[in-house]
Design a protein around this ligand. Structure first.
Ligand code: AMP
Ligand code: ZN
Length: 484
């Protein structure tokens, strides 16, 4: 493939710049071992569907991984699945989210975990988010947690109190640096809610649980034997242990949404560095939140936005990917259906233009490399995906041959994953224009309803046709139908 050759031309660059939450600056990215990147992602808590905000974070992490590969790095990426230990308050208090999910659905915790893990990866598939090569559920790594917690106790960083094991944050030099409040104990109280705090045994308010054997909500279904009694792990220790086990002592990039900075990632740094005795992770990559028009997106608000909901309203999930790529990962993004409509229209046009560009003419690799320069400049400047998308239009407008344009677009699509590689005008398939006029009228009526944001009407038309055995298929270039 041409783009493989072209990707390699960028290896020597080593000029990727990323914002690092730890130093609060955009820095040149230099991995611990030259040419290799160890990357860790906090995985989903599988008690419910992921909302499209969660998926914005996973999408931008996916783009980061793919861009690093494009830039020539050999990337190994690991992710946990949180199926135990994440309490309703990130500050280790409240009920286990998994148990809450199990009660809601009258199922066992493991049934709920399996169902929502599968749903999460199905959503990732729909959005072209690649599954990390290493994915481990927390419940599969209990021995590892016990081993690391024991070592932390032996080293004097953790203590047993009131039946639980806690990390002693006063022993951790620079605790809170990531969150920008090192040595400021007042600030560290942020996120620790007094009203639900169940533990008077902690030595410092910011200490956090590594292992629970006692909790106010002690109906935990999943429990394991440990040197401190039968219990379950805290959420923070899961990520540190899974990362260190599969990626080793030196991590290059740790990712998550901004809400993970404190306390989760702050605590991960404290316990990992206490255990290892040296600096653990060089770069911290955090994605800002997707908000809806009423504020932060949350699963506790009743109906929330999921990929299935977008699909049921006739949107191609890749239009949502395009919508996210149009803004920078470090800026909060507000979701509305009208902005999604705009993104969907732009995406359809882009797709159609790429499809209409036939792979004809000669290919000069130097020319293709030149076509990719704009993309590479944008992405190496702290992942400027919106400029990267613009570079696609510049390529389409250029005087290169069709084959050169498509080779460059293929290379870009190995990172942006907008489904452009296979874009082609499908002449062989019957289009809806040749179809039944009554159905075509309904399709037009539905399109108008969508445009007027009358989604109830649009959904009703889809359902009406379905009842007659007619399935509507939304494609980047419009709606067609097939008979069941
Ligand atoms: P959770 O399943 O709650 O552990 O969250 C999964 C990921 O989504 C984490 O990296 C969170 O930081 C991230 N996240 C949570 N809410 C949002 C949001 N509204 N927008 C973007 N990312 C989010
Ligand atoms: Zn984590």
């Amino acid at each position: 493939m041409y783009y493989n050759t072209i990707e390699k031309l960028y290896i020597s660059g080593g000029n990727t710049k990323l914002y690092n939450t730890l130093t609060k600056t955009v820095e040149e990215f230099v991995p611990h071992e030259s040419g290799k990147v160890k990357m860790y992602t906090c995985g989903p808590t599988v008690y419910h569907y992921a909302h499209i905000g969660n998926l914005r974070t996973y999408m931008m992490e996916d783009v980061l991984e793919k861009y690093l590969r494009f830039a020539g790095y050999d990337v190994t990426r690991a992710m946990n699945i949180t199926d135990v230990g994440h309490l309703t308050s990130d500050a280790d208090t409240g009920e286990d989210k998994m148990l809450k999910g199990a009660k809601r659905e009258h199922k066992t915790v493991m049934q709920v975990a399996q169902f929502y893990t599968d749903a999460f990866f199905a959503d990732c598939d729909a959005l072209n988010i690649k599954k990390p090569e290493i994915v481990r559920p927390a419940t599969g790594c209990i021995d590892e947690f016990i081993r690391v917690i024991s070592a932390l106790i032996d080293k004097g960083y953790a203590y047993v109190a009131g039946g639980n094991v806690y990390f002693d944050t006063s022993k951790s030099a620079g605790y809170g640096e990531l969150a920008g409040h090192a040595d400021n104990t007042e600030n560290l109280m942020v996120g620790v809610r007094d009203d639900v705090s169940e533990d008077e045994n902690k030595k410092n308010k910011s200490d956090f649980a590594l292992w629970f054997t006692k909790s106010k909500f002690d109906e935990q279904e999943l429990k394991w034997d440990s040197p401190w009694g039968v219990g379950y792990p805290g959420w923070h220790i899961e990520c540190s242990c899974i990362s260190m086990k599969y990626l080793g002592e030196y991590l290059d990039i740790h990712c998550g949404g901004v809400d993970n900075i404190f306390p989760h990632h702050t605590n991960e740094i404290a316990q990992s560095e206490a255990y290892l005795g040296h600096k653990w992770c060089g770069y911290w990559f955090h994605v800002q939140h997707l908000n809806d028009e009423t504020g932060k997106m949350s699963k506790s608000k009743g109906e929330f936005l999921t990929v299935s909901l977008l699909k049921s309203k006739g949107y191609n999930p890749l239009a949502y990917r395009y919508f996210c790529l149009q803004s920078h990962y470090r800026k909060p993004l507000t979701f509305s259906f009208s902005s999604l409509d705009n993104a969907a229209a732009a995406y359809s046009k882009l797709y159609a233009r790429v499809a209409a560009t036939e792979r004809t003419g000669t290919v000069d690799p130097e020319k293709v490399k030149a076509l990719l320069a704009g993309f590479n400049d944008a992405m190496s400047s702290d992942l400027n995906t919106s400029l990267a998308v613009t570079s696609l239009y510049d390529i389409l407008k250029s005087d290169a041959t069709g084959a050169e344009k498509r080779a460059a677009i293929d290379a870009i699509d190995s990172v942006l994953s907008l489904g452009l590689k296979d874009a082609a005008v499908r002449k062989e398939e019957p289009s809806a224009e040749d179809g039944d006029p009554a159905i075509l009228e309904k399709i037009a009526e539905r399109a108008a309803a969508k445009k007027a944001k009358d989604y109830a009407k649009a959904d009703a038309i889809r359902a009406e046709l379905l009842a007659q055995g007619i399935v509507l298929v939304d494609t980047p270039t419009g709606t067609t139908y097939k008979k069941q």
